[in-house]
Design a protein around this ligand. Structure first.
Ligand code: IVH
Length: 667
């Protein structure tokens, strides 16, 4: 087969599969043809055409977004939240046209829940793709859009219009979304909240290779700028034309005359169809089909007067609250979870709902046995909206006194709604989550120890705390589901490789409540060694930039816990290390290595000026006096710190001495 025939053949197969959903070739044959194409192109690069299937992922990663102006503004749609609102919209349109509503031809399309994209075809070839942006200016996303197999690189016609701007929705089918989140779970990366976010995140990827691995689809719903396109009279003709050019069709589109009854039955039909569709839809778009009528109706503000989006409501149901369980999260916070009598809502059967915290339970006035209204919007976990009826034998919801997982005492965090288990690294429920956090990419980055494996090892009791990671053996892993000898070796290798880390990373990996990546880095940078951090007092910690009293308290408490200390000791003994944090510039400064303490009231300088001055000379300024203190500067009314310094025989300076030594006299 020659090069052009090969391109045509593969394009046809792609079209059959990705546009018509009708595969016409065996995988092996397809792969062989694709391989042949790539070989030919490698040998004869001069043959490569822009529409070659090989060009979909060919683009380089971008390092910035280029702005693209929409020559025809990209509009949005007005929303209608009820049938009456929908019908009123078209009654108004009919009135403007001096017609009756039931003589208007309406075209209904599923409202695809993704993001609007504009595709520009120049003489039939895809030249660029852009996001909607603010409707006037969008961003160039050609590199990721090209990877979508249902976007033709070349229009399927011998006489393409000179310019054709195709507008439509890019979305992620439900199945692809599930798959993506499964992978995220396995790789310990962030989950996407819903298919729309996943689609938007994928389109905005800098690297087209990542986009290519995710199964996005494109379905057109209209045209933008055109030159030399056929003269259409109906919107539905445009959609048929686009399908003939190689685009997918929106499933379940209907044409009907706009009577109230017709809107009712269309809505009922779509409500039932919704759950069966392979993609998420968030409503129905109703459009006046006649293009002459459309243009005489025109626009208001940002939306046309000839189309409206009838949004599906968030779905609510009433059921009984059977019980409330408390789940222990990674940081030990107990979250109440409502166990419900199973109820069908939003196309699925639901038996759990989130309750957030005890304040929420109080606000709702909720007790076990009550009939409650729950709401499910999109794909999110249902939430409890209100109590509908008190149960006949209702019982109050109480926070357990002991952690349901490890039996340690439960305490309420001061000034917060949250209740927490007082054990940290040793609490079982926190364990798997803590281990996942510890091993995640952001922290210890143990690449081959993913969520699934952690859970398996955890449930077999082989991994109880983060320290156990370092005593895992080949046999512990290789027998488990999905693990062979080779992959077990990879797990061990990635554990070994992860042992060289950084102090800030390690500190963040410990998952101290409220201490995130940045906070951990600041603490590490300030104290430089783990010993210093573990010995730091509340006051010392409060000296660290951006560390407030809550974080400081959590750090102190964490390192006071003997079990935490034992686990850390075991990790260090297993060989986890980091390079010393030495600051070259600071090392050569006059006060390098010294720790100074300021106490009492200074007259000439503010406390922070004095601190900045000392730090600029290389000293560390601490909040409390210890044997390690080099000098104490005592201002007026210096109290216990001065006394401690004298007791320990530490050098003390008053403000005058301090100024004389470090600040040059004026004049
Ligand atoms: S027509 C001028 N049809 O919904 C009207 N939009 O809320 C242009 N959408 O920005 C839009 N499915 O991203 C149209 N079948 C459909 C649609 C659809 C999804 C999106 C589109 C638009 C948004 C407005």
């Amino acid at each position: 087969m020659n090069y052009q025939d090969l391109v045509t053949q593969i394009t046809q197969w792609d079209h059959d599969y990705y546009v018509l959903d009708q595969p016409t070739v065996a995988d092996a044959e397809y792969d062989l043809a694709f391989r042949t194409l790539l070989d030919l192109e490698a040998e004869h690069p001069e043959l490569i055409t822009p529409e070659s299937p090989s060009q979909r992922v060919g683009a380089k990663a971008i390092d910035d977004y280029v702005k693209i102006e929409h020559r025809v503004k990209m509009l949005s749609l007005a929303n209608a939240f009820s049938l009456d609102e929908t019908y009123a919209f078209f009654e108004k349109a009919a009135k403007d046209l001096t017609l009756s509503a039931d003589s208007l031809k309406i075209y209904s399309e599923p409202k695809l829940d993704g993001l609007a994209i504009s595709l520009h075809y120049d003489h039939g070839l895809l030249s660029y793709a852009a996001t909607r942006g603010d409707g006037l200016v969008g961003e160039d996303v050609t590199h990721t859009i090209k990877t979508i197999k249902s976007v033709p690189l070349k229009l399927a016609t011998v006489h393409p219009p000179e310019t054709l701007e195709v507008r439509g929705e890019v979305f992620m089918p439900k199945q692809a979304f599930e798959k993506l989140n499964q992978q995220a779970l396995q790789n310990n990366t962030k989950l996407f909240v819903n298919p729309r976010n996943a689609a938007a995140g994928t389109v905005r990827q800098m690297n087209p290779k990542i986009a290519a691995e995710r199964d996005l689809q494109f379905i057109p719903y209209g045209l933008g700028e055109t030159l030399g396109a056929p003269a259409f009279t109906q919107h539905s003709e445009i959609l048929a034309f686009l399908h003939s050019l190689g685009f997918r069709k929106n499933p379940h589109c209907y044409a009907f005359l706009g009577s109230y009854e017709a809107f009712v039955s269309n809505y009922e039909l779509m409500e039932q169809t919704r759950a069966l569709l392979p993609m998420q839809i968030d409503g129905i778009v109703y459009k006046v089909d006649d293009l002459a009528q459309q243009s005489s109706l025109g626009f208001i503000a940002r939306s046309p007067k000839w189309a409206v989006a009838r949004k599906f409501p968030a779905e609510n149901s009433v059921t009984e609250l059977l019980s409330v369980d408390f789940q222990v999260g990674r940081t030990g916070v107990l979250t109440p979870v409502a166990r419900l009598a199973p109820v069908f809502v939003g196309g699925v059967t639901v038996s759990n709902a989130t309750l957030h915290n005890m304040d929420e339970i109080e606000r709702l006035g909720l007790q076990i046995g009550d009939m409650i209204e729950i709401q499910r919007a999109g794909d999110v976990i249902p939430k409890v909206v209100q109590v509908v009826e008190h149960g006949a034998h209702r019982t109050p919801i109480v926070v357990p006194e002991h952690c349901p997982a490890c039996n340690a005492l439960v305490k309420q965090t001061e000034g917060q709604a949250a209740f927490r288990c007082t054990a940290d690294l040793s609490c079982g429920a926190q364990g798997a989550e803590r281990i996942r956090h510890y091993a995640s990419r952001k922290f210890m980055n143990i690449a081959n120890l993913g969520t699934k494996l952690i859970e398996l090892l955890y449930s077999t009791g082989r991994l109880k705390t983060i320290a156990d990671i370092y005593s895992l053996s080949l046999e512990d892993i290789s027998g488990l589901e999905g693990q062979g000898e080779k992959s077990a070796e990879n797990v061990l290798a990635s554990i070994t490789a992860s042992k060289h880390t950084k102090l800030g990373t390690f500190l963040g990996a410990l998952g101290i409540h409220e201490v995130g990546e940045e906070g951990a880095k600041s603490i590490a940078q300030y104290f430089k060694t783990l010993d210093a951090i573990m010995a730091a007092s509340l006051e010392d910690l409060m000296q660290v930039p951006d560390i407030g009293p809550v974080m400081a308290k959590n750090v102190v408490e964490f390192f006071q816990n003997a079990e935490n200390k034992a686990i850390i000791a075991a990790i260090l003994a297993a060989g986890v290390t980091w390079p010393a944090i030495a600051d070259q510039a600071i090392d050569s400064l006059p006060l390098a290595g010294q720790t100074w303490v300021l106490t009492g009231t200074l007259q000439q300088l503010t406390r922070s000026e004095a601190k900045a001055l000392l730090e600029s000379l290389g000293a560390k300024v601490a909040g409390s006096v210890s044997k390690k203190t080099s000098v104490v500067v005592a201002g007026v009314k210096a109290g216990s710190k001065l006394a401690t310094a004298q007791e320990l025989g530490i050098k003390v300076m008053d403000e005058a001495e301090f100024l004389a030594e470090f600040v040059s006299a004026p004049g």
